[in-house]
Design a protein around this ligand. Structure first.
Ligand code: SAM
Length: 328
């Protein structure tokens, strides 16, 4: 194993794989109001093709994989893919980002296939706001059941991702934080990122500094180690809390200089950054029978073109795809 590193010497050992661009929710900040043009089933990478890419990436030094979407649990037989990836050396951690709606159905099956842990996106604890934010017929209780199912299946730690939006859910920061004290939740507050593809109903950005101010009534935040995972969040604990609070600051304090990620999208495009339009197509080469050495060269090319940092703050917003397609 050689290990991948970009031209700035950042090690790249983490691959996020979006298995579908379909989602059972229509979150106001993630999906355009009119929906997206969906990739046809034939144009999606098959599980075998995803596995071929992951195996080549693993031989180059990728050892962590996160499955995302769209909503990954709407793709049939996801546990089959998890099982294939879990048996691939040196991949030692497979995790999943999900909206949790279908998790009560699949948590145990995913765990036995080799999934280690899950991040669940949940932006509100109020049933009415859930309806408004997700623009769907699903219920908050579906997600809460999914969280419990993940915990019972041993997919620990379950992390709850909350995108904080002014006037929409910023009045719930204390409620989420209280769950870290009473229910042992691991909550991560995420700054909203603008996306050119989602212009209508764009929520107002709330910086982490403001979120921290709102938490003051609950006591002093004590810094702590992340426990599991090596993502961009900074973690803290409130007095007497068994759970943790993480803050993710893509805007107010970007963490690009520590970025270790590549992103494979459901249509076979490989991106070296969430916030770039640069991508390399792997599907056509895969379907033309590219040998593993050629595939590895394409992966190395993506890494070689990893941008140093994003430029959202200077108004450079990637144009073509919403986060629901790239994988968030
Ligand atoms: N459907 C899955 C889910 O809901 O977690 C996976 C895909 S979703 C695109 C992945 C993550 O991206 C979610 O945690 C979501 O909150 C986050 N996300 C989407 N749009 C975002 C935005 N504009 N700013 C910050 N995070 C965003």
């Amino acid at each position: 194993m050689t290990g991948l590193a970009d031209p700035c010497q950042r090690p790249v050992n983490y691959l996020r794989i979006s298995v579908t661009d379909r989602c059972n929710l229509r979150c106001i900040y993630c999906m355009p109001t009119e929906g997206i043009r969906l990739t046809s089933h034939e144009a999606l990478l098959t599980y075998e093709e995803i596995y071929t890419v992951a195996k080549a990436a693993a031989e180059l030094g990728i050892d962590k994989i996160r499955i995302t979407g769209g909503e990954p649990l709407v793709r049939l037989e996801l546990s089959k893919l998890i099982k294939m990836l879990a048996q691939t050396d040196p991949i030692d951690e497979i995790s999943l980002t999900t909206n949790g709606i279908l998790l009560s159905k699949y948590a145990a099956e995913l765990k036995s296939a080799g999934l280690r842990r899950v991040n669940i996106s949940l932006d509100t604890l109020k049933p009415d706001s859930f309806k408004y934010i997700t623009r769907s017929q699903y219920k908050l209780s579906d997600v809460l059941q999914g969280i419990e199912a993940a915990r019972s299946a041993g997919l620990n730690p379950v992390k709850i991702n909350v995108v904080v939006m002014s006037g929409i859910n910023d009045d719930e920061i204390l409620d989420f934080a209280t769950r870290t004290i009473h229910d042992g939740w691991h909550v991560r507050f995420i700054e909203f990122m603008p996306s050119a593809a989602v212009s209508t109903e764009a929520p107002q950005f709330v910086p982490v500094s403001e979120m921290r101010k709102r938490l003051e009534p609950l006591g002093e935040l004590e810094p702590c180690l992340p426990g599991v995972g090596n993502g961009p969040a900074k973690y803290f604990r409130l007095p007497h809390a068994s759970g943790t609070i993480g803050f993710i600051t893509p805007i107010s304090e970007h963490f690009c200089f520590h970025c270790n990620r590549l992103r494979l999208m459901a249509d076979g495009k490989l991106r070296p950054c969430l916030l770039t339009d640069y991508e390399i197509d792997l599907k056509q080469p895969l379907r033309s029978g590219i040998p593993s050495a050629g595939l590895k060269q394409l992966i190395e090319e993506a890494v070689a073109n990893k941008p140093l940092r994003h430029h959202l703050n200077e108004g450079h917003i990637p144009k073509d795809r919403p986060f629901s397609q790239v994988g968030g």
